[in-house]
Design a protein. Structure first.
Length: 325
């Protein structure tokens, strides 16, 4: 647990607000060019991963799902390289924050605007600007600065969409038990985040309270959907009923979280995309085995985990094939 040889976290120091504000309006990416034109194979892989079977995205004359906007312009593991992209100012801003001790990063939110559908053959170019750098903010993760970039995506010079992306560059809090001083030792353990319950998903949480995993079923076309949404993605009907999931499923995909650390979570832990026997997929914790032993295709069985007095969550116990459910 406590590692006396671990180097202390770098101390964070305040940066001059006017120095940070000087980055606002500077380019974050210049004359970027998408690696590939909009193309049906990428559209198909995306739709398979998302479980989106909308007919507009397949067939002889498909359009790309609007939410793919960023996927077309991502650099991949090797970055954009010679095809343009990331500008000096953005790297200098991140370097400045790193050297001041704000070494951790977490993406906080994203807003997109779509001006027209993208179709196979569209060649995309993009430019991005550092829109805002916030003053120092104190968050549950630690103190830091929010950096917002706005990317404009064009085809043949015409704007087709904008992508606004916000990160928090922050100074990670030392873990309880680590050498760094702080109030952590006698601080109550932070709680897991509470779900946001609204009129669209209240039925789901009522099911969880009753020990049931409920899936929405469209009352018009019988399509099952998860997560809970106000309308049917297939036919648009707002009418629905709920069916109880059997609780059987398989690991469709997963990640093992190591970093960054979040309050109330103890890495490493496995987060799975579980395909339920009913066909819909949901994201939840995978329990019952070492995170490093989780594999795609393993059987996953629903359980309800009482996280604390006020929070119960559906999670999945993974079972090696051949084990009795
Ligand atoms: Zn429907």
């Amino acid at each position: 647990m406590s590692d006396p040889t671990a180097p202390p976290l770098p101390p964070s120091r305040p940066l001059r607000p006017e120095g940070l504000a000087g980055f606002e309006g500077r380019p974050a990416a210049v004359s970027g060019r998408a690696r590939d034109p909009v193309n049906p194979p990428m559209i198909r892989h995306w739709c398979e991963a998302m479980g989106d079977r909308h007919p507009a995205y397949s067939g002889p004359d498909p359009v790309a799902p609007p939410t793919m906007l960023q996927a077309w312009i991502m650099g991949g593991l090797s970055g954009h390289g010679p095809r343009g992209g990331r500008a000096d100012a953005y790297d200098r801003l991140l370097g400045l924050l790193d050297r001041a001790g704000y070494t951790a990063v977490v993406a906080t939110d994203c807003e997109q605007e779509y001006l027209r559908p993208l179709r196979p053959g569209d060649e995309l170019t993009f430019d991005a600007v550092i829109e805002t750098v916030s003053p120092l903010k104190h968050t549950r993760l630690g103190a830091g600065h929010f950096v917002t970039t706005r990317t404009e995506i064009r085809t043949a010079g015409a704007l087709v969409g904008t992508h606004r992306f916000r990160i928090l560059k922050y100074a990670p809090r030392p873990k309880p038990g680590k050498a760094a001083p702080g109030p952590a030792a006698d601080e109550p353990r932070p709680q897991r985040p509470r779900p946001v319950i609204n009129r669209d998903n209240a039925g789901f949480w009522e099911g969880v309270a009753a020990g049931q995993l409920l899936i929405q079923r469209c009352a018009a076309c019988a399509e099952l959907r998860f997560p809970w949404l106000p309308g049917c993605g297939r036919c648009g009907s707002p009418e629905w009923t709920a069916v109880r999931a059997s609780g059987a499923g398989r690991v469709f995909s997963y990640v093992v979280m190591h970093h960054p650390p979040f309050p109330a979570f103890d890495p490493p832990y496995a987060v799975g995309l579980v395909e339920l026997a009913e066909g819909v997929r949901m994201i939840s914790n995978l329990i019952g085995t070492e995170p490093g032993r989780v594999r795609i295709g393993m059987r996953a069985e629903l359980e309800f985990l009482q996280v604390d007095a006020g929070l119960r969550l559906p999670v999945f116990r993974v079972l090696p094939d051949g084990a009795d459910a």
